[in-house]
Structures are given as C-alpha cells and as structure tokens.
Design a binder for this molecule. Structure first.
Ligand code: GLC
Length: 426
C-alpha cells in the first residue's frame, strides 16, 4: 500500500510539473502559486533534489522590487482561470498577482538544506535564496505592519491561503461590491460550486483587487487603504517559523547579521502573538485591525501557530484542543470547528481538512513533544488519501474528496509523511 501511494504521489508531481514550476492542479489552477510551490518543493525533493530547489528559485525570480513575493505567477496565458493577469493589471513583464501568500519558504529552504545529499550545491543555492527570503520577511513588517505592532495583517482573504474562512465573514461583509462589473468565474467550471466560495464572496474578492489596482499596487499605501485588514494567527505563525528557520540557516551558513535580524523579528512577533490567545477557546483568534477587536471564531487558523516556536503551555493547549476535535471528527484537522455556526464540511476553508495544514501542525507538535497527537494527524492524513484520493481537501467526517483532483501539494505531503526522516521529539 505504501509503495503504491508513493508511486501515485510521484506520478501526480510529474503530471503537474512544467519544468521549472508546478501547477497546483491542471484546469482549476493553471499557474504557479506561492505557498503551494514552497510546500511542494518538499515533496519534489524525494524525487529530484535539483528540481526541488528550482521550484523555489522560480518563485523568487518573480519577487517584486519592494520585496513582495506574489501569490500567483502567470507564466503563460490560460483562459481557464479568473481573475487572470488583465484583471490584476500589475504591469509586470511576466504577469503576477499583486498580493502575497503565507511565507513558508524560510521553513522549506532550511529543510531542503538540512536534508541535502549534495551539501555544496545546497549551500550555494541556500546562500542565494537567503537574502531574497529575508527581503520578503522585511517587506511584511514594513508594508503589513506599518504601525509596528509586531504582527502583520493580510489585506485580501486570498493572502491567508484560507480564502473563504468563516473567520472574516463579518469583516468581509464590510467590503463593498459597487463598481464590480459582470464577470465569469472559471473555478466552478472545474470544481463543484458547493465546494467553492459563493458569488457574493467573489464580488468582494474582485472589489479589493480593483481597489488595490487603482492605487497602482503601491504597497506603501495598500495596508491603510484596505477596508479588510485581518491579523491571522496562522499566517503570522508561518512567518515567525520562517523567520526562525531562516535565522538558524543563516547562522549555519555564516550569515550572522541576517540571522540576528530574523531572530529579532521572530522574538518580537512571538511576544505579540500572545495577544491573540484566547483562554475561552483554548486557541489563538484572528484580530480585525479595522474594528480593533478579536474575532470569536474557532478555526484552524488559531491552531496553526503550533508550527511556530510558541511557548510550551500554548503548544500543549493546542495539542489538547486537537485531541478533543479528534474525538468529534473522523479525520483531523477540520478547518473550522464543526459545532460552530457557518461550518460546512465540503466548502473549501469552512470545514474541510487539508493535508498541508495537517503537515505543518503535526511538524510543530512533534517537535514540541506532542507525538501522539502528531501521529494521529499523520495517520488521518494517510487514511484520507485512501478514502478520497489525492484531492485538494476532504470532508472531515466522511473523507469525501473535495475541490480539484490530482493535487500537487497533497501529493507532496504524502511523500513527506511516508518518506521523511521522523523529526526528533523532545
Ligand atoms: C486556493 C487555496 C490556496 C491555494 C490555491 C492554490 O486558493 O485556498 O491556499 O494556494 O488554491 O492551490
């Protein structure tokens, strides 16, 4: 069984490999996506080490001058996706979107380096990527934390990677839709509309794109000008894990100044993250920077911080929280608490389980000694594949496959679960 899963996962990576980047899945997502690439590189590593580095290098070839790394790179024309480059209008030679995604590359590059069999090659490539990743992290703290709180905000739901989470339903309701003309969605031609965001949400996604475009994609203005400014604990935790991993890697490679900067950023962010902890929910919560209030919404965004080096009592509380969820669902980790209003087990980020989230949370829990919880998450992830195939996401009760099929990062995570060296516990 294991061999068959590995073979199928490798085949999916090959099917979605366009040479110097992978598409998440053909049809639904025909371009390069930011955090998909970083996480998929970990799976590619098990097939072709050189190719794994290339995936991340391609992403950084399209880094903006201000340091941002865009969430989509439109390497070639494809009519099958909306909104395409003409809607974004970012004016780049190789078109890109104008927003970003969870910065997981610091973590991924450190892991690629640690595992490398050809250390000289890995050293050369890591050294070239280090300053670029650091520049992206610096951009976050400059552009998305302009008032120096230690935490960064996202200005579009697509930036979080958890596009239609219940977490920002109220905040998103405040985004207007006036001036958004008729458009034809393509996603619902590739996937079941019941698994996807609603039309109302799409209008707001597009309104924000138009607003930012009207400001010339000038990141010195976008944060304060956006009516949607959410501090997502999961997003911040990914950034903080990447900062600490980048610091460790930089130290190892003798780049001590860069290491010091990244470490200082991480320490400040980890302190600030404490402000998002909720004793009542036993997890972190999102914070709405416009209304200046925590958002009482129990989603996996508040559990992802287990990935970052958070304080031991917080990690233990998250492990216990996930154990309790595990008594209520068949397959961990639901993206939203099934008992909470708005839960929808097949609709994208409003309930389904995602393997990439499982991977990051299990990684952190294992590191912090919560091995049984991590093992349950990994076991559930592999069962999901057996029940639902290599889908984009899964119903946490039935394991039914949702979204797109033959999904790159799902396959990459399966390779990771089955082929990686276990992370030492303790
Ligand atoms: C969806 C997901 C996002 C992912 C993208 C490509 O937009 O919500 O996290 O990066 O698809 O797979």
């Amino acid at each position: 069984m294991t061999d068959a899963l590995i073979a199928r996962a490798a085949e999916i990576l090959r099917i979605n490999d366009l040479g110097h980047y992978t598409v998440p899945t053909h049809g639904l997502y025909p371009f390069q996506w930011n955090w998909d690439s970083a996480l998929s590189a970990l799976g590619l590593f098990h097939i072709d080490e050189d190719r794994a580095w290339r995936e991340i290098e391609t992403l950084f070839d399209h880094q903006w001058e201000d340091g941002m790394v865009p969430h989509i790179i439109f390497h070639k024309q494809d009519e099958g996706y909306f909104p395409g480059p003409e809607v974004w209008g970012t004016g780049r030679t190789v078109p890109t979107s104008g927003i970003t995604q969870p910065p997981v590359t610091g973590f991924a590059v450190r892991r690629l380096y640690e595992r490398a069999t050809d250390k000289a090659m890995a050293r050369r490539r890591a050294l070239a990527l280090l300053p670029k990743i650091a520049r992206w992290h610096d951009w976050f703290y400059r552009a998305r934390d302009p008032h120096g709180t230690g935490l960064v905000a996202v200005i579009h739901p697509w930036e979080t990677g958890r596009d239609n989470s219940i977490d920002w339903d109220d905040a998103f309701d405040r985004v207007p839709t006036d001036g958004v003309g008729a458009f034809q969605r393509r996603d619902i031609q590739h996937a079941d509309p019941a698994h996807r965001p609603t039309q109302e949400q799409y209008k707001r996604y597009i309104w924000l794109v138009q607003r930012f475009r009207s400001l010339g994609w000038d990141n010195t203005r976008l944060h304060d000008a956006s009516p949607f400014r959410i501090v997502d604990p999961g997003f911040n935790a990914i950034l903080l894990r990447s900062c600490t991993d980048l610091a460790d890697l930089a130290e190892e490679l003798g780049e001590t100044a860069l290491a010091g900067d990244q470490r200082a950023q991480a320490e400040q962010g980890l302190d600030a993250l404490e402000g998002l902890w909720s004793d009542a929910w036993q997890q972190y919560l999102c914070y709405d920077r416009v209304t200046e209030a925590l958002i009482e919404s129990p989603s996996v965004g508040g559990l992802i911080p287990a990935f970052a080096p958070i304080a031991p009592p917080r990690a233990a509380a998250i492990a216990a929280h996930i154990d309790r969820l595990g008594e209520r669902v068949t397959y961990l980790i639901p993206s939203h608490d099934p008992a909470a209003p708005g839960y929808d087990g097949m609709r994208y980020w409003r309930g389904p389980s995602w393997l990439i989230v499982n991977y990051m949370v299990a990684d952190g829990l294992e590191r912090d000694g919560h091995v049984a919880t991590a093992q349950r998450i990994v076991a559930d992830s592999l069962k999901l594949i057996e029940v639902g195939g290599f889908s984009e996401y899964f119903d946490p009760f039935t394991g039914a496959p949702c979204g797109g099929p033959e999904f790159t990062w799902t396959a990459a995570m399966v390779l990771e679960f089955l082929k990686r060296e276990p992370v030492a516990s303790g």
